[in-house]
Design a protein around this ligand. Structure first.
Ligand code: TYD
Length: 137
């Protein structure tokens, strides 16, 4: 299955007086096999992460705590998602330009990806991104 659009995904939330619990399963809550999980944290106020696209990686981004904005460009169209619920994330298909901004203090940004890390997957220049997007889409 291919996903072309940035898609919000709500994860299960098991409410309990002892505290809430959420989870995600591959090929279920995220529509891919999970090959990598990483997280971004201790982001100083005003800093931004990302500012690139991946040639062949689909990701799911969710705030484990705190909140942040995710600016995405899918070809020409720009959207901004405000993520601040620990069970609500977004699926970002390959060839999407994305930047993560406006981190609240103590935020933890969890990213689940369908590929292992490969530097050659990155498109870090926006003009290259538009060129590659038009070639590959
Ligand atoms: P990068 O993806 O550029 O950070 P961000 O997009 O959040 O600003 O990654 C920063 C550094 O970490 C870069 O040198 C590559 C390295 N890195 C890994 O070694 N493995 C990984 O899975 C990721 C995501 C990054």
């Amino acid at each position: 299955m291919t996903y072309n659009e940035v898609t919000p995904i709500e994860l299960p939330k098991i409410k309990d007086l002892r505290g809430n619990l959420s989870f995600l399963e591959e090929h279920n809550h995220v529509p891919f096999k999970i090959n990598r999980t990483y997280w971004i944290y201790d982001v100083p106020g005003g800093e931004e992460r990302g500012g690139h696209a991946f040639k062949n990686t689909t990701e799911f981004i969710v705030p484990l705590s705190g909140g942040f904005s995710v600016e995405v460009i899918n070809g020409e169209e720009k959207q901004t998602f405000e993520l601040n619920k620990t069970n609500c994330g977004i699926l970002i298909p390959k060839l999407t330009w994305r930047k993560i901004t406006n981190f609240l203090s103590n935020s933890v940004c969890l990213i689940v990806a369908d590929t292992k890390f490969e530097d050659c997957q990155y498109i870090r220049d926006y003009n290259d991104y538009i060129k590659t997007y038009n070639e590959l889409k």
